[in-house]
Design a protein around this ligand. Structure first.
Ligand SMILES: Cc1ncc(COP(=O)(O)O)c(C=O)c1O
Length: 423
């Protein structure tokens, strides 16, 4: 990460009130130094409801950042479904259960025809890890050597397992990527650039004897600065397929309706021509509204090839309580028309940000607004004014706005008022 970060600097603990400082210090002693806290003044949140959260002193904040409690903090239907299932039984996928089959059928119904199998994990990192294993096996005809190539965007983040950290420049830096990884710069302003860069990356891999296994992209390019509708993605996918690789759509951030158009980010592509159909789709974060559940979805032909090599079991992936949370989350998404809300309020907010003079881009309730080198200071000022946002982009120059989906026009107005003051 090249720009300033929105994280708390432990060297500055002396500016905190005594109670906060004590908790920060106790936390650092037991959790160690790899963990970060948001903001110059870290927040201790104790309660949430809808788009609002409260700290331990009872101060209310508008949450315009957290996409995991996607249908709203502590949504009563999700809480009830989880509590009911937890009180009955929590077990795993080695026993028959109607709940997981019902949910899987409904989830797969939202994907293009042919993507007809789903495998459950607990985190987006694990989902990407599994998707990559499948892609590598397929690319290498069942004989994966660990040298199959992967193409990612230049500031991509796909998770934390060893394999996935090695394809995540935003986490480890470009210099620490695996030798079988190539990065491509997603440039929204140049229609030819992305596909040409992917073709060049395929050639570079082939020159050193590496077969391209996959192009994986977060379809909203969240850590690359929030780029909806990147030109050239469809051509880039075609080039990867011609070279024998697969396209993995990482929907961990944009998925489940956040972009205000259908359920998935990849659906925005190829609308005028042939729709973009991924080979593998990974999902996570908002899937269980906070309960850890994630998944890989793919055509059964790919999963069959994987299963010739390997059994699959993930102790907590697809457990009964997680499935109950995911089912309730999906029900609320539909019943409360939150995708339509994301579209309408997202358009309103985007318009308001542009009226403030900010170069802003996004889709639905996933927005990046350029504020320049002071973005981190703006985020801290917003926090003082009780609105939670963060930054994104290779140099952290844009605000990342990504609230729970019940975000209302009033919430958007509150954010815009406080942002104007903070700027
Ligand atoms: C695009 C993307 N993929 C994957 C992940 C990893 O998900 P998790 O933190 O659940 O492992 C993240 C997390 O931020 C993400 O943003």
């Amino acid at each position: 990460m090249t720009g300033p970060a929105t994280y708390f600097d432990p060297q500055r603990a002396d500016v905190l009130d005594a109670e906060t400082r004590m908790l920060v210090e106790r936390r650092a002693r037991v959790l160690g130094s790899a963990y970060r806290l948001f903001y110059e003044q870290p927040l201790e949140l104790v309660r949430g409801s809808g788009t609002l959260v409260w700290d331990r002193d009872g101060t209310e904040y508008l949450d315009a950042y957290n996409n995991v409690p996607s249908v709203g903090h502590a949504h009563p239907r999700v809480v009830e479904a989880m509590a009911k299932q937890a009180a009955a039984l929590t077990t795993h996928t080695r026993y028959l259960s109607e709940g997981i089959v019902d949910y899987s059928e409904q989830l797969l119904d939202t994907l293009p025809e042919g993507i007809d199998n789903v495998m459950y994990t607990c985190t987006g990192s694990e989902a990407n890890d599994l998707a990559l294993r499948i892609a590598k096996l397929v690319a290498s005809d069942g004989q994966s050597t660990g040298q199959e190539g992967v193409i990612v965007t230049s500031n991509a983040y796909h998770g934390v397992t060893t394999e996935i950290a090695a394809i995540s420049p935003a986490l480890v830096g470009v210099d620490s990527l695996a030798p079988w990884v190539r990065t491509v710069d997603p440039r929204p302003d140049d229609p030819e650039h992305f596909a040409a860069s992917v073709k060049a990356a395929i050639s570079e891999l082939e020159i050193v004897g590496i077969r391209p296994a996959a192009l994986i992209v977060d379809t909203i390019f969240a850590s690359d600065g929030v780029l909806p509708d990147l030109p050239g993605l469809v051509d880039a996918v075609a080039a990867v397929r011609t070279a024998g690789g697969l396209f993995i759509a990482d929907e961990v951030q944009p998925g489940f309706g956040r972009l205000g158009h259908g359920m998935w980010g990849f659906e925005r592509y190829g609308l005028d021509g042939a729709p973009l159909r991924p080979d593998l789709v990974t999902v996570g974060k908002p899937m269980g509204n906070g309960q850890p559940i994630a998944a890989v979805m793919a055509p059964h032909e790919l999963i069959d090839r994987f299963s010739e090599q390997s059994r699959y079991f993930n102790t907590f992936g697809g457990s009964s309580v997680s499935i109950a949370a995911a089912q309730a989350t999906l029900d609320v998404l539909r019943d409360e028309q939150l995708i339509e809300n994301a579209r309408d309020v997202g358009d309103y907010l985007l318009g308001g940000l542009r009226t403030l003079g900010l170069e802003s881009r996004g889709a639905g309730l996933f927005i990046g607004a350029e504020v320049g080198p002071d973005a981190v200071a703006v985020v801290n000022r917003m926090r003082e004014r009780r609105v939670l946002v963060s930054t994104t982009g290779p140099a952290n120059t844009a605000l990342k706005i990504r609230p729970p989906l019940p975000f209302s026009v009033d919430d958007a107005d509150r954010l815009l008022t406080e942002l104007e003051q903070s700027l």
